[in-house]
Every structure is written in C-alpha cells, then in structure tokens.
Design a protein around this ligand. Sequence first.
Ligand code: TYM
Length: 325
Amino acid sequence: MTRVFSGVQPTGDIHIGNYLGAMKHFVDLQDAHECFFCVVDLHALTIPQDPDVLRRKTIEVAGIYLAIGLNPTKTTLFVQSHVPAHSELSWLLECITYFGELSRMTQFKDKSAGKENVSVGLFTYPDLMAADILLYDTNYVPVGADQKQHLELTRDIAQRFNNRFGETFVVPEPLISEVGARIMSLSDPEKKMSKSAEDEVGRINLLDTPEIVKKKIMRAVTDSENSIYYDPDKKPGLSNLLTLMSVQTGRSIEEIAADYDGKGYGLLKKDLAEVTVNTLKEIQDKYYGLSQDEIKRVLSDGAARAETIATKTLQKVQQKMGLRY
Ligand code: TYM
C-alpha cells in the first residue's frame, strides 16, 4: 500500500486555509493509502513558545485531526517529539544538506527577515521536515502551496543520499491541489492566510463561533468594482472568496462567478458565510465531544506504531552512513 505523510504545527490557531489547503485532503486519502499524520511540535520550537501553550495546542491539533474525520483505526496520528527517530534522522540529513540550499528557502528568509535573534532550528527546519517524510517511505505528501519548496528540497536530499549511499529512501511526491492550495488573508488578500499573523480578522479559525465567522467574511477586503470574475492579480480579495466558495461546495469557480455576477459582492459574502459556518459546525460538534484522555490515547497508540517503522528506517540509514557495526 502506498504511504502518505503530512504534518501540522501546533502554533497559533488552525484556520480554514490549513483545512482546505491540506487537512481536508488527509481525510480523502485515508481510505486508499496507509497514512501518517503528525503534530510537529519540534518544528514549533523553532520560534519561542510558552511551554504550557505548546502542550495545549499539541492536544488541540490532534483533536482537530479527529474532528475533521481522520479515523485512528485506519490512520496513524502522533506527536513528532514522541518518536525520537525524527530528531536523530534530522541531524544525519543536516550533514548532507548544503548551507546554500537552506539559505535559499523562502520561508526561512520571510521568517528571519529583520529579526536579530534567529534560531539555528529555524534555519535547519527543512531537514527536520525531510526526516519526518523520509522515515516512513512516504510516496505522497499532501500540503499547501507554501510547502512546495521544502518538498523539492526533501526530494533532492533523498536522491543525494541514495546516490551516495545506495538506494535507501523513497523519493516523495507533493500533492498540492489546484484550487485552494493558497488561501489568502481576508483583510490583506495579497498575503496568505496565516496562523501567526497578528491580524485576527484576516483568518477564519476552525474553532471560531458562527458570529465571528460571519463578521470576518462580511468585512473581507474586496475591490470597488462590482462585476464578479476570477482574477487573483486584479481582484485578489474577490478571487479568494470565490476560491473559498469553490473548495467548500465542490462547484467550479467559473460556475460560481457566473451565478453571482450582477448580484453584488454582499450576496456572495452572505452565502459564503453560511457555507463556512456549516463546514465549521460539523468539525466543532465533533471536536467539543472529544475528551483529553481519548485524544491522548490515540496519540500514544499512534506513536508506538510510528516508532516501529521510523526506528527501522533510522537504523538502515545509520548502517549505510557507517554508524553501526
Ligand atoms: P503549517 O503548520 O504551517 O500548515 C499546515 C498545512 O496547511 C497548509 N497551509 C495552507 N494551505 C492553504 N492556504 C493557506 N493559507 C495555508 N497556510 C498553511 C500548509 O501548506 C500545510 O500543508 N512545515 C509544515 C509542517 C510539516 C510538514 C512536515 C508537512 C512539518 N513536517 C512533513 C508535511 C510533511 C508547516 O509548517 O505547516
């Protein structure tokens, strides 16, 4: 069976961009593949975290995994730091990654720009991500468009390792959907919707109440024209609303644009708010029905399953690199 791996950081608030760009696809993939979905708490440490908040958010993301419909009897759900092989392989991969490669990562450039004290972990972040993926002989990695460059580096590292030490790693393919892989901020639609942006009104959190969702969508920044058509360069705000509508309803963007043209932005926003509230209601109903103990039990079983596979890969890599007798 082909393998799928992906991860979500337990930082900030999980938003509808995370869900529609990546997490929704996790659910679609779980029947046809052997899936591993991870809460990547070690990645969260690359920027300062309050330890209690990090612990709480780790459980929250795991709860959201269950609430969106991931089934722990089919799929392995676990916390990255509970499987030490991730950190160990990360170091080994750092030793075959070039400084120049990591320096070219746009996410590093964006997150470090203008900051004085940038952690080394933020710089080597892509190696830990490559370790996550390569430990499980992953075939497919469902992610949003912002992770494409990290996936390309993962492929380069896997191929380099295989060339140098002999066939070891499966070279993974990214799965990036055509629509919805880059959901933009509602308040600044030139920027992607982000967990860490201070501007709360720019994102719809999966756990936002219906009133807040409606308010955020009705206030979404659009343009002063009135005609409805998709053009992310000329009409980024409106195009983002059309995308949100399309990925939630399964209807094409063209069809939706034609439907609302001439009826004004207000009606589109009102209907989008209703659709979004319904999407979130289903998730929230399940989320608030989960107990902490239940979530922790799933994570503990998941870590045990993941560890068996990860440790085998790690030992193979250590052997190839000359670390074991
Ligand atoms: P993270 O936690 O930032 O985001 C989780 C997933 O959501 C996607 N995403 C978006 N998709 C559409 N529109 C947006 N505005 C948007 N913002 C975020 C991300 O692309 C991601 O798929 N480095 C990763 C976590 C990670 C990982 C991995 C992923 C660690 N190890 C191994 C895959 C495989 C990250 O920070 O995702």
